[in-house]
Ligand binder design. Structure first.
Ligand SMILES: [Fe+2]
Length: 324
């Protein structure tokens, strides 16, 4: 058995374990979980959040009736503390630059700002924590202020999609385990990262992918059989315009509306949005993150894990680690 076949077998075993720990999907698709009081989640509310997070989308939208109180801890900061990701407990990831309310704020610094994540422009699919690869298991986003014209925020569960690819093109699926399945070249300095798309993280099935965007050139491994087809499949299924199977889209257009998603299974992005002149119409999203182990929860932000991420540390690089 080759190392790629072994990686494939480990992944499929992790898929079986995750499925056995996850609730059955009722097949009705994404709905919005209504939360009366986010500081005191009711068992039904918590179950509905867990069902969505552990379902085929790996994501769930919520709308809270109560809103954050100035000067107090933001309710998003503790929202996923009682949840499990396929049976694994989620631990809050401390932030290095947190707002006094305990969340990180994501907002536009202007249309021409260098990084899409900090502008009002389209932000192609990515995973949070690119420099602390795999550490951020779950992302939570909460609308503090909605813009004049909202973005479409969208996610795609690549573990679910990859298993679907396996049914029609087994070679393309297998190519995603190759150590050079995908290649990212950072445009600013030419640094290159090659790695598998599908892998196992703390016993759970996980996927790594990124849309081309403005910062990276993203390509399938040139010498990997089937990789071009695998890459084309992933790219097609993460294209918001095509609204491919499994695209999970929401407009974060109301204060208290938010999304939780599995950052190790899903990629996410958003369309452009329009801020108004008034601060009450300038998009501000609160973000919180959760990890799957105590050691992950302690990994400092912006620390490249050199075994998987050979990029040199640079000032400015870490600023694009999240975006919503
Ligand atoms: Fe993001």
């Amino acid at each position: 058995m080759t190392s790629i076949q072994r990686a494939e077998r480990r992944f499929l075993e992790a898929v079986s374990r995750a499925a056995s720990r996850s609730p059955e999907s009722n097949g009705t698709g994404p709905g919005t979980v209504r939360i009366a009081d986010p500081w005191n989640l009711l068992p039904d509310e918590q179950r509905a959040l867990a069902d969505g997070l552990n379902g085929p989308a790996g994501a769930v939208v919520f709308q809270s009736e109560k809103l954050p109180v100035n000067g107090e801890k933001h309710p998003l900061a503790g929202l996923a503390d009682g949840l499990r990701l396929h049976g694994k407990r989620l631990l809050p990831k401390a932030l290095d630059t947190a707002d006094p309310d305990g969340t990180a704020k994501v907002f536009s610094k202007g249309h021409d700002w260098v990084a899409e994540a900090q502008s009002d422009r389209f932000l192609d699919v990515h995973q949070d924590g690119v420099s602390i690869f795999g550490v951020l298991a779950v992302t939570g986003l909460w609308t503090d202020v909605a813009p004049a014209r909202s973005a479409i925020t969208f996610t795609q569960n690549l573990v679910t999609r990859a298993l679907e690819l396996r049914r029609s093109d087994e070679d393309a699926f297998r190519s995603l385990f190759d150590p050079e399945a995908i290649s990212l070249t950072r445009k600013s300095d030419g640094a290159v990262l090659k790695r598998p798309v599908l892998y196992v993280r703390h016993g759970l099935p996980a996927a790594f992918f990124r849309g081309p965007g403005e910062q990276y050139l993203v390509e399938p491994g040139a010498r990997v059989p089937g990789a071009a087809r695998g890459y084309e499949y992933l790219e097609r299924h993460t294209n918001l315009d095509e609204r491919a199977d499994g695209i999970f889209a929401v407009e974060l257009d109301t204060p208290g509306k938010g999304i939780l998603f599995s950052n190790i299974e899903c990629v996410h992005g958003r369309s452009s949005f329009v801020n108004g002149a008034d601060p009450t119409q300038q998009r501000r999203i609160a973000g919180s993150w959760w990890s799957l182990s105590r050691s992950d929860a302690k990994v400092p932000w912006g620390t490249p894990r050199r075994t998987v991420w050979p990029f040199p540390r640079r000032s400015g690089f870490a600023t694009s680690r999240w975006g919503a």
